[in-house]
Every structure is written in structure tokens, then in C-alpha cells.
Unconditional design. Structure first.
Length: 238
């Protein structure tokens, strides 16, 4: 698979939609995860990320402009008691959290869900999970999408990784390009290069997202040896 710099990948389209990145820092010491949201409508753009416990939630920036919370207000990031980190683009975060707490697997939890009911886009549900334990880590990524816009069929793909080389990550996003209707992501998660410390990486991702459409960004660097972490949140609305 061709590997590209994350900045080049993000700049290649004005609207990748929502995206999840998971990989390893350039120095090999940290698991890196990032999640961003974008928006084309007033309702979608009227959001911020706010910390909640060890995770984050989306919330309206201006409550008076919130017209439909159903697909835009959710917990993108939650952490299980064992430190497992769940990152998704919708309320399936809660589904994964609740069912894994009951002993189900990541894949089993997501079999209970499908793509979003936003005809005609049928936005894919993308999800990631990270396990850090005993100085090692692994992760998985999932996409639930319609069969080329046919809402009668939900395609479920899960990709598992035993880690990755330093300075490398996998990246999955909801849309291939800005169009009407929006075309769902295709293929396996893209292989991208990442560089720098948490602040450098955060700046790179934020500055590479389309200025008109970007809304919020979450970045976390997790120390592989200790499990401790640093978090950055950037909101366009301030």
C-alpha cells in the first residue's frame, strides 16, 4: 500500500468528513490517535469538543442554532476500566462501551449497528479501539457502510493491527470526496506518515483540514510503557 504524509492526504479533498487515525509516534514511544469532525451545514458546524472524564463529547456551541442533535451530539471517545480506548464517529461509542463491559468483543458490539440513516448519504460509522498493556499495544478499525448507497445492505469491515512502525499510522474517514450524495470511504484504512510531538502533530492535522469545513480535532499521545497520556483539543468555534 502506498504511504503518504497525513498532511498531503488531508489536503487531497476539501471534505473527508469525519476521520480516525491510529498509529505510532515518530520516536516510537507513544500510541497516537486523532479524531476530527467537519461540517457543511450550520447544524454540523455548530459544535465543539469538550472533555468528559477520560473521553470527550460533542456539544452545541450555540444552543439556539441546534436544529437536530440526533447524529451530531455523542461521545466520540470513551475509555473502559481496563484502559481500552474507544474512538468513533457516532453514538456507537456507547454501544461498544456498554457491550464490551458485558464481555462482548469490538466486532460483536458493532454487529448490532449499521450506517447512519441520513438518506441519501448513508454516512458510514467508523470506529477504532486501542489496547495498551505491558509495554505493547494493538488496535483495530471498523467501518459500517451501505453497499454503494443501497440501504438494504450493510457492509461491515474490521481491520486489526498488531501495532505499526514508528512514524506510521492508519487513517479511515467517512467520505472519499465532497460531492452530492457523499461517496463512502473505500478500501482498507490508508497508510500515512506522522511526525513530531503532540503539539506539532496537532498543528499539522488542524492546518491541513479545509478551513471552511473543519470544526473540531481531538489528539491523544499514549505512552506505551506507562499508559499515561496527553490530550489536545482544538475547536474552530471559540
Amino acid at each position: 500500500m502506498k504511504k503518504t504524509a497525513i498532511a498531503d492526504t488531508l489536503k487531497a479533498t476539501s471534505y473527508p468528513g469525519r476521520g480516525i487515525l491510529i498509529g505510532c509516534s515518530e520516536d516510537g514511544k507513544n500510541v497516537v490517535t486523532a479524531y476530527f469532525i467537519m461540517g457543511r451545514s450550520v447544524n454540523s458546524r455548530n459544535r465543539i469538543f469538550a472533555e468528559e472524564g477520560e473521553g470527550i463529547r460533542t456539544q452545541a456551541f450555540d444552543e439556539s442554532k441546534l436544529s437536530d442533535p440526533s447524529l451530531i451530539i455523542y461521545h466520540p471517545v470513551r475509555c473502559l476500566e481496563d484502559g481500552t480506548i474507544i474512538v468513533t464517529n457516532g453514538d456507537q461509542t456507547d454501544t461498544v462501551y456498554d457491550l464490551m463491559a458485558e464481555g462482548k468483543t469490538f466486532e460483536e458490539a458493532l454487529r448490532t449497528r449499521e450506517f447512519e440513516p441520513d438518506d441519501p448519504n448513508y454516512t458510514p460509522r467508523i470506529s477504532g479501539i486501542i489496547n495498551v498493556e505491558d509495554g505493547r499495544y494493538d488496535f483495530a478499525m471498523s467501518i459500517l457502510k451501505s453497499d454503494d448507497g443501497d440501504s438494504d445492505y450493510c457492509i461491515r469491515n474490521t481491520f486489526t493491527y498488531p501495532g505499526c512502525p514508528a512514524g506510521e499510522a492508519r487513517f479511515i474517514h467517512t467520505y472519499m470526496e465532497d460531492a452530492n450524495p457523499l461517496p463512502s470511504f473505500e478500501g482498507e484504512p490508508e497508510k500515512v506518515t506522522i511526525a513530531g510531538d503532540i503539539d506539532t502533530f496537532t498543528d499539522t492535522v488542524w492546518e491541513s483540514l479545509n478551513e471552511d469545513n473543519k470544526v473540531s480535532l481531538f489528539v491523544r499521545y499514549i505512552d506505551i510503557a506507562t499508559g499515561t497520556y496527553e490530550t489536545r483539543i482544538v475547536n474552530k468555534n471559540k
